[in-house]
Design a protein around this ligand. Sequence first.
Ligand code: PEP
Ligand code: MG
Length: 326
Amino acid sequence: ERKQLHRLRREPTRTIDGVDVKLFANAESRDDVAEAHALGAAGVGLYRTEFLFLQRNELPDEDEQFRVYRDVVLGMTGRTVTIRTLDLGADKADRTGLALRDEPNPALGLRGVRLSLARSGLLESQLRALVRASGYGPLRILLPMISSREEVRAVRSMLKRVTVQLREEGHEVAEQVPLGAMIEVPAAAIALPTFIGSVDFLSIGTNDLVQYLLAADRNNEALTNLYTPLHPAVIRLVRDVIRLGEKRGKPVAVCGEMAGDPHFAPMLLALGLTEFSLHPATLLELRRTIRHCNLAQLKASAPALLRARDRMAIEEWIHGNAPAHR
Ligand code: PEP
Ligand code: MG
């Protein structure tokens, strides 16, 4: 069984009816990147940069960040790498004093892109490091906690400015560094038509999207029954985002835990998803499941999934559409 999975490292992630699906890796260390590469990931879909800022007393400067980002790019040998700007908030144990302590409601506080925009010197050094790393291979920048068009535009204009600066300083940087938004705040998903024109790609963060959409703390054990992607509101919103991305030619991935659970794969495929980003630990399992899926058949059952009125009905759909294997 393990051996058989192992063999899938070099196989394509292709459905029975011949459609290729991209499996990107979520990573936050050198080891994750090496593993992603070895497993044949299409690239890195979410590189979390928080760890660089945690467990230390001073902030990393531009050069230190640059070296880390460049090594991620080099580690993937030409496959696309998606690096997320800092997603720190008062919920993380940060000793640098960056995030406000004692926020009454950290999940709704100064976190993610909000914190970056409030500390623009910090954002500027991170963007400079990222753009410098783009000279070494395909790199995209992903923004966490986007809730409006203004936030995307503010970062976009800083990105343009630092790119011009770096060229003037003699750095060789990519022609264009794609800028994308995490879709994890419900407002961003609902108002996507207002700012999709300002982004190059999207990544749905179901961990936070589920939390905010269902008003259920992702870490509260008393709410494990409520905190689930198997809610009609989640299914519909994810479907809408995928559809709009498709219509406007903007790639859409799902990078929350949901994407890493092979159990949910047929559902996400039925909703039109073609890019998954997940921890390398379950990448081969997901590949195996997708290789047993019939995409045309799943898409034909999508209307039934969208008609499901409660969790039980959604689970029945999943059960009825699980690929036959093993
Ligand atoms: C998410 O919210 O789904 C996500 C991928 O980001 P994080 O888990 O880092 O908040
Ligand atoms: Mg998140």
